[in-house]
Design a binder for this molecule. Structure first.
Ligand SMILES: Nc1ncnc2c1ncn2[C@@H]1O[C@H](COP(=O)(O)OP(=O)(O)O)[C@@H](O)[C@H]1O
Ligand SMILES: [Mg+2]
Length: 198
């Protein structure tokens, strides 16, 4: 659910927050939609933390995104290509702290990249297919990374499509490429060639 900051202020912050809250069930995730690296995100387990979570999101954005928290595996699909994009091997992310936050993303050793993920091959194919569809639907070109949460029944939920995925030493995309036999220099070469294609 999305809520405009100024609308909230107009209605009265508490009233609007109550309205959203009544339509959803704890735990919730409140996000600043235009941010990345888990900045502006709160995991809300108690009702009394909902308002401060919205306030944090509004520090970064005019809108806040409120989602249902999905307890389950986190999987990411790296996508490479222009007209016919392909999904690289999937990665399951496991963090030491249980939250894939800023620190876990950029500190070596705080998160584990499991390739292939601990799900069936069939399910991997479903996720890859969804990732390519999402990338195409948004007009993605060159490269992208589609993040998923899987609920306990294995239903995939797309969290987001990253159009400039991280390329640091702890990043996911270079690991996915390596698992496909594409070393970093070749990966950069391929990304540049894709960018130059008309
Ligand atoms: N609805 C959700 N349920 C459970 N965990 C979530 C949910 N949304 C986000 N997360 C967790 O928060 C992290 C960051 O969220 P994401 O939407 O991908 O934002 P960012 O653009 O900052 O990466 C995810 O990698 C995941 O670990
Ligand atoms: Mg993300």
């Amino acid at each position: 659910m999305e809520l405009e900051n100024n609308v909230v202020k107009g209605l009265g912050f508490q009233v609007a927050a109550e309205k959203i809250y009544s339509k959803m069930q704890l735990p919730l995730v409140v996000k600043a939609p235009t941010q990345g690296s888990t900045i502006g995100i709160s995991f809300v387990h108690r009702k009394e933390d909902f308002i401060s979570a919205l306030e944090l999101a509004y520090r970064y954005d005019r809108t806040a995104l409120v989602e249902q928290f999905i307890e389950g595996r986190e999987i990411t699909a790296s996508v490479l290509g222009n007209e016919k994009p392909m999904a690289l091997p999937l990665i399951e992310i496991v963090t030491k702290t249980g939250v894939y936050d800023y620190e876990a993303k950029y500190t070596a050793g705080l998160s584990e990249h499991i390739i292939p993920p601990r799900i069936s091959r069939e399910q991997q194919e479903v996720i890859k297919d969804l990732a390519v569809q999402a990338f195409k639907a948004l007009g993605g070109r060159g490269l992208g990374r589609v993040d998923f949460m899987l609920d306990p029944q294995g239903n995939p939920f797309i969290l987001e499509v990253n159009t400039i995925p991280g390329m640091t030493a702890t990043s996911l995309f270079p690991d996915a490429a390596r698992a496909a036999g594409i070393e970093f220099p070749e990966l950069i070469d391929r990304i540049l060639k894709l960018a130059l294609e008309s």
